[in-house]
Design a protein around this ligand. Structure first.
Ligand code: FRU
Length: 485
């Protein structure tokens, strides 16, 4: 067992200086993070928790780290909110969600317990538990666990039953969680409750009947958006499919119709949420102004290298505003980012066959939008975070309508996957918005049509940006530094 006090003392003694961490992407003060948890608005502030192992840069017994913000760009660290300190959660306080309730800020999480039989075989029990707090201190309720595995239909898997996402609708609390069916296919189960403590199983909201969308479906989220319903989940161990899915852990969404009486979701086809190399376990919340915001772990179980000497591991993506256009999810960077724009620089000109460096266009904490036009070229290349030995490359192919990211030379010292390709809407006028924050690059294509998120371990003195094209490309560019006071 690990207590909150131990975690907090360790953090105070080992905290990594802020300047060694990204400026506006959430990272842990020290140690490992994975999934975003409890993304919610409580007393007019946005709270974000995360799967946390303070004691090393590897996954370990899970806690919930905690940050708070009023604009989701400038985050304030709060004390660790939950530790694996009870018999029913000693093996981990796993992912979950949060919401504002009349009795306080409610956190609903997966409590993990391991039991050993006489022969030394371990069985894992995943149950759901509740903690209530005031936005800083949380207590686990005496009724925990509030949902047991044996509340599931008999033939469902009770060891893989996790990541509850809760919401309040029509006078009741609702909860979706990931689970495995009797055929070991991923599925999302739905529960309801009057008081967050007594839950009733309702139905399988959606499932992978044919067993073709990975294995276990982790970290579900389910919400209404622009008149439709969206189900998000992160299936483990998927097989690659053209440019849409890669091998391993993917984050996918389905758009469809929710039948509220029958508790079924008619889910349509899965689509990727991101086309980069680091993106998993996204979770959303709704702001008081109605915007639906998504944040994800900008890392992946399939690419876990950490740079030598770096004492923090993993970060959250930039929060994104969601909308639906023709059943496609559109994701735009949270608009509050522009409040931190500084040193505007504009350029307009032709890029040709030799590498071009534009005066003033450089940096690792920037928001840069490019517009490419013309029809005298096929490929246009952008190299970011360029140093003597390093760069991360993006190539737009105007004839194939593809964008490729390549971080082979970003400074990685492990043999991870470094390339990914995706298709974009054919156009002689493409918009590419790159957001860099010391250790990451997020590319938003055509105002949110597609996103590419990638961590880069590149030394911070690699600051240059260069462009090259195989023909003549007309480039217009606006670049801002992002300065967080
Ligand atoms: C997803 C996940 C969740 C689980 C958590 C454990 O990345 O595997 O299913 O709750 O991480 O840290």
């Amino acid at each position: 067992m690990h207590t909150l006090k131990q975690a907090q003392t360790y953090i105070e003694q080992n905290r990594v200086g802020k300047r060694k961490r990204p400026a506006f992407h959430v990272t842990a003060p020290v140690g490992w993070i994975n999934d975003p948890n409890g993304f919610s608005v409580y007393r007019n502030q946005v709270h974000l928790f995360y799967q946390y192992h303070p004691y090393s840069t590897n996954w370990g017994p899970m806690h919930w780290g905690h940050v708070v913000s009023s604009d989701m760009i400038k985050w304030e660290e709060l004390p660790v909110a939950l530790a694996p300190d009870q018999a029913y959660d000693h093996a981990g306080v796993y992912s979950g969600s949060a919401l504002e309730t009349p009795e306080g800020h409610a956190l609903v999480y997966t409590s993990v317990e391991e039991k050993e039989d006489g022969d030394g075989n371990k069985t894992v029990y995943q149950t759901q538990s509740l903690a209530i707090g005031d936005g800083e201190n949380y207590h686990k309720v005496p009724e925990n666990p509030v949902i047991l595995g044996n509340q599931l239909p008999e033939d469902f898997n009770q060891s893989d039953f996790r990541d509850p996402k809760v919401w309040f609708e029509d006078g009741k609390y609702w909860l979706v969680a990931g689970n495995l069916s009797k055929d070991k296919h991923g599925q999302i189960v739905l529960f309801s409750s009057e008081d967050l403590r007594h839950w009733q199983y309702e139905n399988v909201l959606a499932g992978d009947e044919d067993g073709v969308i990975g294995k276990m479906w982790e970290c579900p989220d389910f919400f209404k958006l622009d008149g439709q319903h969206v189900l998000i989940t992160s299936p483990q161990n998927m097989s690659a499919a053209a440019y849409e899915f890669h091998n391993g852990h993917n984050a996918v969404y389905f758009v469809g119709h929710y039948n509220k009486e029958k508790h079924t979701f008619d889910k349509g086809c899965p689509h990727a949420l991101d086309y980069g190399l680091d993106f998993y376990a996204p979770q959303t919340t709704q702001l008081p102004d109605g915007r639906r915001i998504l944040v994800a772990w900008m890392k992946s179980w399939d690419s876990l290298a950490v740079a030598d000497g770096q004492e923090w591991q993993g970060m959250m993506s930039l929060p994104r505003e969601l909308s639906l256009e023709n059943e496609q999810l559109i994701q735009r960077p949270i608009r509050e980012l522009s409040d931190y724009h500084a040193n505007k620089l504009e350029f307009s000109g032709i890029i040709g066959k030799s590498f071009k460096i534009i005066e003033g266009v450089s940096g690792r904490q920037i928001d840069m939008t490019l517009r490419l036009s013309g029809n005298a070229y096929t490929s246009f290349t952008i190299d970011l975070a360029v140093g003597v030995n390093h760069y991360t490359r993006f190539i737009f192919n105007r004839h194939l309508n593809t964008i490729e990211v390549d971080r082979t030379y970003s400074g990685l010292q492990a043999d991870l996957n470094c390339q990914r390709k995706m298709t974009v809407t054919p156009s002689d006028n493409i918009e590419l918005r790159f957001i860099l924050d010391s250790h990451s690059i997020e590319l938003f294509v055509n105002d949110g049509e597609k996103v590419v998120s990638t961590e880069i371990p590149t030394p911070l003195d690699s600051q240059k940006i260069r462009f090259v094209s195989d023909g003549e490309t007309k480039l217009s560019l606006i670049k801002y530094d992002i300065i967080i006071p």
